[in-house]
Design a protein around this ligand. Sequence first.
Ligand SMILES: *Cc1c(COP(=O)(O)O)cnc(C)c1O
Length: 414
Amino acid sequence: MKETERNNSIIYLDHAATAPLRPEALNAMLPYLTEKYGNASAIYSIGSAARDAISECRRQIASLIGAKSQEIYFTSGGTESDNWALKMTAEKLDAGKKAGEKHACRGHIITTQIEHHAVLNSCRTLEKNGFEITRLPVNAQGFVNPEDVEAAIRPDTVLISVMAANNEIGTVEPLRPIGEIARRHGIWFHTDAVQAFGHIPIDVEKMHIDFLSASAHKIGGPKGVGLMYMRRGIELPSLMDGGGQERGHRAGTENVAGIVGFTKAAVLAFQNMESGREYTEKLRNHLIERVLNEIPGSHLNGPDPCPGSRTAENAMENRLLRLPNNANFRFDGLNNETMLVMLDLKGVCASGASACSAGSLEPSHVLKAVGLSGEQALSSLRFTAGTDNTLEQIDRAADILIKVTEHLRKTGRG
Ligand SMILES: *Cc1c(COP(=O)(O)O)cnc(C)c1O
């Protein structure tokens, strides 16, 4: 098969790993990759055109999450923003201490066992440098209990970092109650909102968020660009040393085209949030129904996606409990790598765990945290739909998955 034919028949169900670039985002970017190539720091007019474009993007993005323009900083993506929030919070508070106060533990950070590796590995680095980390457990659906957050607070706690929504099982965490606890105790609150941004409403004021990470390529923007929201008055030092870009807080020549494409994708995602949610939820629910009904020994990992569950965990906010596009299954006795290879041969793109650990045989830390055994975790697959998918594709993917599991069971391979 020619590569183009193959691409046409691909059923892409891995939108949590990356989403296809929206054509509107590409079109918005093109002028900044061609005739409008000026450096945003330059005096001449093609430079100021780039500068003006970035200012307008900052204004538009800020308004989407209840922030002010000057609280938005563009970065190279979710990973950089997470590193910045974790490492520079620690740095800033440590630097503020008097020499005598710097004892064995330099500060305490509260996070969870199910964070993305950008947060978890930043914490590991901080730990090596003398900070203490509490990694809170989650329940069987992946929810963090706000009471556990409060109970973990110590006099030397400097930061609480809890993700807005989990990338593997789609659990939407109770941000507002956690933000209220952080505020009450005078502790900074960071959220990795890479999976939530553009999919569910976020308001940095109502949720008492001090730092927030988001990424363009998970919502139909280009790869390699993202943002950090930092509450006014508590700006962190720059993670990168260099020029005075982003008002001295993030050195490096601005990725003008990336920022423009990110903003276009974000505005579209927020404008169409409700219809996008309904659409992907319908596709996702159809997949769940077919898989659970037609594949023996299949189970859903993560929160109950039925609409009735929307109010169960937190009636006050009537919030969504699972990302609308996420399904994560495990199949008794089958191996996820084998299944992924066979699905790929049939043109279905899914994921075994987080993409970052693809290629390794490590069971997912998220699935282990929700109580699965290593073997169960290694029999799990994630499917994440997008608005570019069709119901017909979901049916084809379900048919293929049914055949693949039947075949593997019949041949005794797993
Ligand atoms: C993808 C992802 C990241 C990393 O973002 P990049 O822009 O790819 O660096 C961080 N956190 C979560 C939850 C993610 O899903």
